[in-house]
Design a protein around this ligand. Structure first.
Ligand SMILES: Nc1nc2c(c(=O)[nH]1)N[C@H]1C(S)=C(S)[C@@H](COP(=O)(O)O)O[C@H]1N2
Ligand SMILES: [Mo]
Length: 599
């Protein structure tokens, strides 16, 4: 791969024509932008996209057979009945009785009496945790349904998913990922509407930061107070004891609960895995989906590709859901009042205090649950702002991770690269396309010393830059392609931005789904990154119509929606507050995305 960003511009380049780049032209583009609404109307949402339901979850078996997971309900029921029968049989056997006597379920040494009981901070954190998990899970499922397929390789090839909640990908060669998204009921998804990923992500990532802070405080307190002994197995006997507990539960002759002093071994393992394996894994696999981190830390992302990360992230969700169902069931069936007193009231009796505290907390949970979607639809800008305030600092941090080319080879190029976005249909574009873009002009202007207008011949005469990189769509699919074109550093050397220029706005020949020109603003420092370029070739051929002919942006620290296709104009500005709706891009104005999206 060649990186020609710092080679000088050839002298024989046809002279740019500054005079023809009139500020009036740019002003006319600005007037063709639309502002976006401040309230979500489900009927006109995302270009009036109609609701579309998915299908019951399916897992691929072999090459092309799909197993409907609903079958797990009757199968699970039968398995449970067989397991109960088997466990009852086992308990009649003297050897098993001796085994249970030897390993009663709870390890004696794990009963440090000085740590008996649950302090009140555990109860408070337990409540905060469950309250936040509701929003995290609902918005997480919403994010999944924006690309309702999971893969193990980074290629996102139709038919190669291992899991889907959507029909097979139609044969339409221009089928887009947006068309592929599905709606969810408003009280399951957050906010439920089809392709509402922008809002869902603020909930997911914003509440995540609070959830992680709560988790961090939990870890610190756990180890500072010695309470960790209740959650960390320190004895191999935990395994035979866990088997013993499982037999006792399944035989419906349950072990005596001593949760106030020590958890039984099965419980211990489940809690340990949830707190010390599943929770950290949720964070790691979450970060594994970030374009900035994946592009920078290639060694890690070669193994933990975005799709492996996304699939594992989903399996972590499955673990949490199973945990919640079994945990709540056992809380109810193993002495509800005493259990609720343990966690809510910090006491070990069978009074009603814990119950009433729990009931009060459930009122808060239900109010939060029911209000989240309507509030989001009524005040999406608040969700956008608060979400950004919570996760923005981390995103800004990741943006400083420039990466050098050389990441992938031709062999890594994806056999299928999803299309996305709104195709241009204007007369202007059609005429350019029909003329093979002979009349195409890229206008570069704004706060620059040397505004230019370049046709494709002139663009191709500039030093050629090539990179093989991975595209990360916000919806979840990914793909590797070879991009050929001009490094943005070359463009910067040509036009010489003024010191006042802080943002670079890319205007498209195409409109967004709500009408008005598609555009996006990028921080100027990222324009000098190794992997920021204007591409006119893809995989060795001129860019196709669907992928952005004649010219598109690549900025590999950012998600896909910022890679403007069908570019007609690049404008250097001091800030974007007076452009469009003022949020830094079309999706930011219309669908409440963030203007920095390195995660
Ligand atoms: N002009 C324009 N550019 C756009 C879009 C769009 O709708 N209009 N969609 C974006 C999104 S969401 C993605 S993921 C990528 C998809 O690029 P591809 O179709 O080449 O995969 O283009 C981006 N650029
Ligand atoms: Mo996207």
């Amino acid at each position: 791969m060649t990186d020609t960003a710092d080679k000088p511009i050839p002298a024989d380049l046809p002279a740019p024509a500054p005079s023809s780049v009139s500020p009036a032209v740019v002003a006319s583009y600005r007037s063709q932008l639309t502002r976006g609404e401040d309230v979500v109307d489900p009927h006109t949402w995302a270009g009036s996209v109609p609701a579309a339901t998915g299908i019951a979850p399916r897992v691929r078996i072999g090459r092309s057979r799909w197993f409907n997971l609903l079958w797990l309900l009757p199968i699970g029921f039968v398995v449970l009945i067989v397991a109960v029968a088997a466990a009852k049989g086992l308990r009649g056997m003297p050897s098993v009785q001796r085994f249970i006597e030897r390993y009663p379920g709870t390890i004696e040494s794990a009963r440090p009496v000085q740590h008996a009981g649950l302090p009140l901070w555990v109860g408070a954190q337990h409540f905060l945790n469950l309250f936040m998990m509701i929003f995290i899970i609902r918005s997480g499922v919403q994010i999944l349904s924006d690309h309702p397929r999971l893969y193990w390789t980074r290629h996102s090839t139709p038919g190669k998913a291992w899991f889907r909640i959507q029909k097979p990908v139609p044969a339409d060669p221009l089928w887009t990922a947006k068309q592929d998204s599905i709606s969810l009921p408003g009280q399951i998804g957050l906010p439920g509407l089809r392709h509402s990923i922008g809002l869902a992500r603020w909930w997911h990532l914003g509440v995540d930061t609070l959830w992680l802070l709560n988790g961090l405080a939990f870890y610190v307190l756990l180890f500072a107070t010695g309470q960790w002994r209740r959650l960390v197995p320190t004895n191999w006997e935990v395994f035979p004891n866990a088997v013993s507990v499982a037999i006792q539960y399944l035989s419906l002759n349950w072990p005596t609960e001593t949760g106030w002093v020590a958890y039984n071994s099965l419980q211990l393992i489940a809690y340990f895995v949830t707190v010390f394996v599943a929770a950290p894994l949720a964070l790691i696999t979450g970060l594994g989906m970030s374009p900035a981190l994946s592009t920078r830390f290639k060694r890690i992302s070669k193994v933990l590709s975005i799709q492996a990360a996304r699939s594992l992230h989903f399996l972590v969700l499955v673990w949490f859901l199973l945990f919640i169902v079994i945990h709540v069931t056992l809380v109810f069936t193993t002495g509800l009042l005493r259990n609720l007193n343990h966690i809510y009231a910090g006491r070990n009796d069978t009074g009603w205090l814990g119950f009433w505290l729990c009931a009060a907390s459930m009122v808060v949970v239900i109010v939060g649950w029911v209000a989240a979607t309507p509030l989001t639809l009524r005040h999406p800008r608040v969700v956008q702002r608060v979400g950004f305030a919570l996760i923005g600092p981390a995103q800004r941090l990741f943006e400083h991770l420039d990466a050098t080319p050389g990441e992938y080879t031709e062999r890594d190029i994806s056999p299928y690269f999803w299309h996305n976005g709104q195709y241009p249909d204007s007369a202007e574009y059609q005429a350019l396309f029909a003329g093979n873009f002979a009349d195409y002009r890229l206008r570069i202007n704004g706060l620059v010393d040397n505004p230019v207008e370049l046709d494709l011949v002139q663009l191709r005469a500039l030093p050629h830059h090539e990179q093989i990189t991975q595209h990360f769509c916000i919806q979840g699919w990914s793909g590797i392609a070879k991009w050929g074109g001009v490094s943005m550093a070359t463009i910067m050397d040509l036009v010489r931005p003024l010191p006042a220029a802080k943002w670079v706005v890319f205007y498209s020949l195409g409109d967004g789904p709500d009408k008005g020109i598609y555009y996006d603003a990028h921080p100027i420092e990222q324009m000098r990154y190794h992997l920021t370029m204007l591409a006119y070739d893809m995989n060795g051929a001129p860019l196709s119509f669907g992928h952005g002919a004649p010219l598109r942006l690549r900025n590999e620290t950012q998600l896909g929606f910022k890679q403007v296709k069908w570019i007609k104009c690049v404008e250097f500005v001091a800030d974007f507050a007076d452009i469009g709706g003022g949020y830094g891009g079309y999706n930011q104005d219309h669908e409440f995305f963030g203007y920095r999206q390195s995660i």
